[in-house]
Ligand binder design. Structure first.
Ligand code: ZN
Length: 177
């Protein structure tokens, strides 16, 4: 996508995107790394660090990071550049489509996966690069979500974690395996 315009947004724009759902415990890591992390959380006086590892969280389909709950996601340059994301000449920033139909088409490409995939609206603000089919943004937070192929428990856990409406729905009949 070619960047057409760079703007500093005062009002959030709303786009559509897809996520997968994952748990911190699913990350490839060693028992030692886990123990060090949990010990550090305990020393900071945090409670529920172990339980949080097993709670579903939003995750990008194309990048490694989790979307934080109850706080904005701040984009960083995926190419490791030192600049503030997004930059018009780069491809960094949080991506979202302008049109629901494009996000839905991307969702269907993942319809046969074993894990649920989410489709939803996302609010984006801060530094914005307008692209052919949507935007790349500096800051983002989900507005509402639909869990395709997921159960009610996943939807309930995500709704509690992120504080936004989440519904569960089966895959469309023509996409079911
Ligand atoms: Zn960049």
């Amino acid at each position: 996508l070619s960047a057409l315009e760079l703007a500093f947004s005062v009002e959030p724009v709303t786009g559509w995107r897809i996520w997968r759902v994952s748990r911190e415990i699913d990350r490839r890591r060693t028992a030692h790394e886990l123990a060090v992390e949990l010990l550090a959380a305990e020393r900071r006086g945090e409670t529920g660090a172990v339980a949080r590892l097993f709670e579903p969280r939003l995750r990008s389909l194309t990048e490694l990071g989790f979307w934080p709950a109850r706080e904005r996601l701040t984009a960083t340059c995926g190419r490791g550049a030192a600049h503030t994301a997004p930059q018009a000449a780069c491809e960094c920033g949080v991506w979202a489509f302008r049109a629901y139909e494009r996000a839905y088409a991307e969702l269907l490409a993942y319809a046969h996966g074993a894990t649920p995939v989410l489709l939803g609206r996302v609010r984006m603000w801060g530094r914005l690069v307008e692209a052919e089919h949507g935007w790349r943004a500096q800051y983002a937070y989900p507005a509402d979500l639909t869990v395709f192929g997921g159960d009610e428990d996943v939807a309930t856990a995500l709704e509690a974690a992120y504080g936004v409406p989440v519904t569960a729905t089966p895959w469309p009949a023509e996409q079911a395996a």
